[in-house]
Write a protein that binds this ligand. Structure first.
Ligand SMILES: Nc1ncnc2c1ncn2[C@@H]1O[C@H](COP(=O)(O)OP(=O)(O)OP(=O)(O)O)[C@@H](O)[C@H]1O
Length: 287
């Protein structure tokens, strides 16, 4: 007998991916509290300020959610769409020009309510996002099955780490898992004290990766963000430092990462089976 999961898998696999344009990027970390949510929000804003249309999707339903950081108060989320209580368009919040939030829900909740009808209905609404350039997913920290589903489904994965030894060890563990499924992954070094420190840490991770991981896997550094009190202060005030202080050195560092992402994505945009509908297909068949 077919289980509900089998039925969902069949359904989503039979849906044709409609868009190739939207680049889906998962932002993750091995250890919690390394600045993943802060980076997702500010990187998203930076990409929107560069003229791209960006949506953030909160897959890290826990303490410091994106809605808190973005000063919005979602009344409904993706679960309400799956329950057919509203449309996808109804839950999308315009935070700023070209900058949107899609309030998320935990994976367990989603699978409890996702049936064939609701999923089919959901996937048919993805056209709404056709003209989005980037979809940034803030995942939970660590390697559980739910996080891995998001990482497998995304077009690109960015791992965030800080110089703390425990965080580096956990980041490397994350890199190892990711290297089993994809050929390339990216890293951001957060809370560093100098570019030299960032390069040293990244160099050490690369050296271990070279010895232990398959030779055709590539780990690339997208950039670093310095440890700066203004970032912490902005977070407590629920402000985006990239918006409030666009010319500060830490904002420059985030904008530099955003430009790099834009450049990488341009080259990849013609690849097949990428984009948003492909992403959600994989998410729902992975749960
Ligand atoms: N470069 C930085 N300099 C100074 N403080 C920072 C920096 N990056 C992040 N922080 C601070 O570190 C704290 C944790 O950041 P954040 O909540 O974004 O981490 P996280 O990885 O998303 O955490 P979680 O695992 O709980 O989701 C916040 O108070 C934030 O302001």
């Amino acid at each position: 007998m077919k289980t509900q999961a089998d039925k969902l898998k069949n359904l989503v696999q039979n849906e044709k991916p409609k868009d190739l344009k939207t680049r889906v990027i998962a932002i993750t970390s091995g250890k919690g509290g390394v600045g993943k949510t802060t980076i997702t929000a500010n990187l998203g804003y930076a990409l929107s300020a560069l003229g791209f249309k960006v949506a953030l999707f909160d897959a890290d339903i826990g303490l410091a959610n994106l809605d808190v950081m973005l000063r919005v108060n979602p009344k409904r989320n993706i679960l309400n769409v799956l329950k057919n209580e509203c449309t996808l368009k109804d839950i999308v919040i315009e935070v700023d020009k070209n900058f949107y939030l899609i309030p998320g829900e935990s994976g367990e909740e989603i699978i409890n309510f996702a049936d064939e009808m609701s999923l089919s209905n959901f996937l048919s609404q993805l056209d709404y996002f056709e003209d989005f350039d980037f979809f940034l997913i803030d995942t939970s920290a660590g390697i559980d099955k739910r996080v891995q589903t998001f990482l497998d489904a995304a077009d690109d994965v960015i791992i965030v780490t800080v110089p703390e030894p425990a965080a580096i060890t956990d980041a490397y563990a994350m890199v190892k898992v990711i290297s089993e499924k994809r050929d390339i992954a990216y890293m951001i070094l957060n809370e560093v004290h100098s570019p030299k420190e960032a390069n040293n840490i990244f160099g050490k991770i690369i050296n271990v990766a070279k010895v232990n991981l398959r030779s055709d896997f590539r780990l690339l550094m997208l950039g670093y963000i310095k440890n700066d009190k203004s970032i912490y202060i902005s977070s407590t005030k629920r402000l985006l430092f990239t918006k409030e202080y666009p010319n500060s050195s830490v904002s420059e560092q985030v904008f530099s990462i955003a430009r790099k992402i834009a450049k990488i994505s341009e080259r990849k945009v013609l690849e097949k089976e990428k984009g948003l509908s492909s992403f959600f297909k994989k998410i729902f068949s992975g749960f």
